[in-house]
Design a protein around this ligand. Structure first.
Ligand SMILES: C[S@@+](CC[C@H](N)C(=O)[O-])C[C@H]1O[C@@H](n2cnc3c(N)ncnc32)[C@H](O)[C@@H]1O
Length: 430
């Protein structure tokens, strides 16, 4: 509630207040408060918050069509409530009049009694005119129709003249739950048999050796062997990283931006290693320790440090292999994090590219001659990906870029996966 510190009891209002905070720059995961709600209300709050965020730009355009004059800046909470209610009317199987009445009552909970009539009028008009309004929105161009920021649509159109409509559609799809089977514990086929026996429908992920795609999302704690460390949650595209690093037993390997440790764990599932896991966030580093423990994997050296300042943490002995899973725009994982569409600005990209450039330049000297360097991002923007690597190779005569299928760019939705970019570089032997 706007005037009290206790979160509201209504799942709808929790979703609306979360959306309002995303507009103010907070991530949706941080903003969405679920404590004190029943399991059912938690699911509803999550469903509404994620989908109202996913469709926020389109819902805002819809609201503009429904309002005689725009809402005031101080009524962002009311605007968020209206977008959540409009989404619910579009998608829910709940009877429409009940949803309208609930939204009207929630306006009062925002201490905006004056808005009850407005909420009622807007939502009922939507129900009356929905087909015509939806058609108008479809005709407003791809940014509104697909609910993306204009700058991102233009960047995708430039980068992928043929594939951009499919990328926009994939960004709005609901992502599957994908697992990685810990091959130190059991083979993928054996795990699929356990899943089938427990009544979970699932398939092997086509592009990966250890990936399993669940037909329907479930609470991970209910999966066979979860607590015993048989599986981790990791998208198929992220599961391509460790096999590209291709670590061999006993090698000294650096995972340079490692937290929360999805790829660190995968590397250790493939081989016993002298693995250095560096991350600038000490808090997130703790998640790596927990993940490795649950999976029963050997420990890694966990180092809380800026990977771009190796003088502070490196002992001078070169690494055989380096994985740099660089901080990036996350434009490849919008289907899992729809708040990226609201949080990211065009102006963020040059600063991100500069950080990636600094990390690449600082870490390359740590690789031994003949060693392998894998650069990864969960971005679809060439500035952070192919152009970044082309510039790096042009300025480092000892770097050789290995050819990867599709130039290393995995587009969102391809083989059911998130968007990712990979470059594999080898350092010339001395
Ligand atoms: C894409 S995430 C890494 C995901 C991780 N590799 C995994 O598979 O679970 C990027 C990480 O880079 C870290 N980071 C950002 N800048 C860094 C820097 N200069 N040095 C080290 N880590 C950094 C962030 O804290 C974040 O955990």
């Amino acid at each position: 509630m706007a005037t009290s510190s206790a979160p509201p009891a209504s799942a709808r209002l929790r979703a609306a207040l979360a959306l309002q905070q995303v507009w103010a720059g907070r991530s949706l995961d941080d903003a969405l408060q679920l404590q004190g709600l029943s399991a059912r209300d938690q699911r509803q709050a999550q469903w509404l918050a994620y989908n109202a965020t996913r469709w926020a730009q389109r819902l805002e355009a819809l609201l503009d069509l429904l309002l005689d004059k725009p809402l005031k800046a101080r009524d962002q909470d009311l605007k968020a409530l209206l977008l959540v209610a409009l989404y619910e009317l579009q998608a829910s199987r709940a009877p429409a009049p009940a949803s309208v009445n609930e939204a009207v009552a929630l306006a009062a909970q925002l201490d905006k009694d004056w808005a009850r009539g407005l909420v009622n009028a807007v939502l009922r008009r939507y129900l009356r005119e929905r087909a015509a309004l939806d058609a108008r929105l479809d005709g407003m161009g791809p940014a509104v129709a697909s609910s993306h920021p204009q700058w991102l649509v233009e960047a995708l159109q430039t980068a992928y003249p043929e594939d951009w409509p499919a990328v926009l559609a994939a960004n709005n799809a609901h992502p599957p739950l994908v697992l990685r089977v810990n091959r130190r514990r059991l083979a993928r086929e054996a795990y699929l048999a356990h899943l089938a026996a427990a009544g979970f429908a699932a398939q092997g992920q086509a592009r990966t050796a250890a990936g399993v795609v669940l037909d329907a999302p479930v609470a991970v704690e209910s999966l066979p062997g979860w607590r015993e460390g048989w599986v981790s949650v990791q998208d198929g595209a992220a599961q391509l990283a460790a096999p590209l690093v291709n670590p061999q037993p006993g090698e000294r390997v650096l995972d340079a931006c490692a937290a929360p440790g999805g790829k660190t764990a995968h590397l250790l599932e493939l081989a016993d290693l002298d693995l250095w896991a560096v991350d600038i966030s000490a808090r997130r580093l703790g998640q790596i320790r927990e993940n490795l423990q649950r999976l029963g994997l050997p420990a890694a050296r966990l180092i809380a440090a800026d990977a771009a300042q190796p003088d502070a943490w490196w002992d001078g002995v070169p690494f055989d292999r380096i994985l740099l899973d660089a901080p990036c725009s996350a434009t490849g994982v919008i289907r899992r994090h729809p708040d990226i569409k609201l949080l990211r600005r065009a102006g963020d990209i040059p600063a991100l590219a500069a950080r990636q450039r600094a990390l690449l330049a600082a870490l390359w000297p740590l690789l031994r001659p003949g060693g392998r360097f894998v650069y990864a991002t969960c971005s679809v923007l060439p500035t952070e990906n192919a152009e970044q690597i082309a510039a790096f190779c042009a300025s480092h005569a000892d770097a050789r870029c290995l050819a990867l299928p599709g130039t290393g760019q995995v587009l969102p939705g391809a083989d059911g996966m998130d968007g990712f970019f990979y470059a594999v570089l080898e350092k010339e032997a001395a």
